[in-house]
Ligand binder design. Sequence first.
Ligand SMILES: CC(C)(COP(=O)(O)OP(=O)(O)OC[C@H]1O[C@@H](n2cnc3c(N)ncnc32)[C@H](O)[C@@H]1OP(=O)(O)O)[C@@H](O)C(=O)NCCC(=O)NCCS
Length: 397
Amino acid sequence: MTTEPDIKKGLAGVVVDYTAISKVNPETNSLLYRGYPVQELAATQPFEAVAYLLWHGELPDEVQLAQLRTLERSYRHLPADVRAVIDRVPIDAHPMDEVRTAASLIGARDLAGMGSVLDASGSAEENLARSIRLFAVLPAIVAYGQRRRRGLDPIEPRDDLDYAANFLWMTFGDVPEDVVVDAFNRSMILYAEHSFNASTFTARVIASTLSDLYSAVVGAIGALKGPLHGGANEAVLHIFDEIGDASNVVPWLDEALAHKRKIMGFGHRVYKRGDSRVPTMKAALDTLVEHYGRQEVAELYDKLESEFVSRKGIYPNLDYPSGPAYNLMGFDTPTFTPLFVAARVTGWTAHIMEQLASNALIRPLSAYNGPDERHVEGYVPDEAMAAVAARAEEAAD
Ligand SMILES: CC(C)(COP(=O)(O)OP(=O)(O)OC[C@H]1O[C@@H](n2cnc3c(N)ncnc32)[C@H](O)[C@@H]1OP(=O)(O)O)[C@@H](O)C(=O)NCCC(=O)NCCS
């Protein structure tokens, strides 16, 4: 008698491995990066320091932070050949395709001359250097993507600015007020890491084959693009555009729920009573609403949230406040998920390095439910096939 396998669809509830990088606790609604509550980090740290924390396990001291910043600034520039490749991506392709392609080229340039795939996975030092390089250059790629779609040239990075301010500078050609830079910095920190989410797990699967860090990041970018994962921040803005203003929320929601539509920016695989990152990002959104005098955005936000939560008992996730926040900052809607890439690359690379430090190839099993064994008409078994058949018969006895 065969027993039914205990299948965990979507790996829901399956604990795959240990991680020391972050802890998601849906019971206490908390998220810790290396032990620190993410809200504390968002309130006190520049994004570079959080990147350091994720990679090294400790916050940097002044000297360590200065060293990371020097390195990060040295890799900020968009290389000419990367720009040329971006320019060849169709202008109406999704920017996530552009970012994925650019990240792939960054990897190919960096690993050029490597003789064999046996060397691909790299040493811990090499992978840290690769992580910093990607972290540093992604803002230039994302910023140029938005500018290109607006018919504009890239802007050279500025050495006198921190990561967040320089990112905004390269995108818009000016440095906004501190309140905007601070909201952006907070969003990067909140997006940086979230344990074994789909894209991070993708990165770990790829790393576990001893492929290279860049390949793992490129795969993760592909996973993040999906609207059930990173693509949701962009999808939230599409929903806001559809609804228009708060007075339309009720009829819009009636219609959407009647058609069983998923409301993007709500729900989470792990958090069932609210996403721990939302209050911090919502507070940042509120400061932006105030700063730009856009009260109607907050009204729409609040109305959709209260209506949806009261009807379905499903709470907003981080993409719900970050979508409108990025919109207010001036980012075009398709740029939102690439911003998530720029932030999450820190978590991905930390996980890739953790995976490699105690690697086991990730290779789950499946339960077959296709057709029973059958044979191609006219096929005459050769010796090898006859041996396979004999072994199968023996095993069945
Ligand atoms: C994130 C998400 C994929 C988690 O999904 P999950 O844990 O697999 O849960 P399910 O998708 O199976 O949802 C369970 C139930 O809640 C409903 N539900 C969950 N999120 C919903 C949403 N955003 N809108 C409407 N219904 C939702 C499902 O339709 C399902 O209902 P059913 O049992 O009647 O079929 C899901 O909540 C979702 O699709 N959210 C929208 C996309 C999003 O914002 N993604 C970003 C995540 S950070």
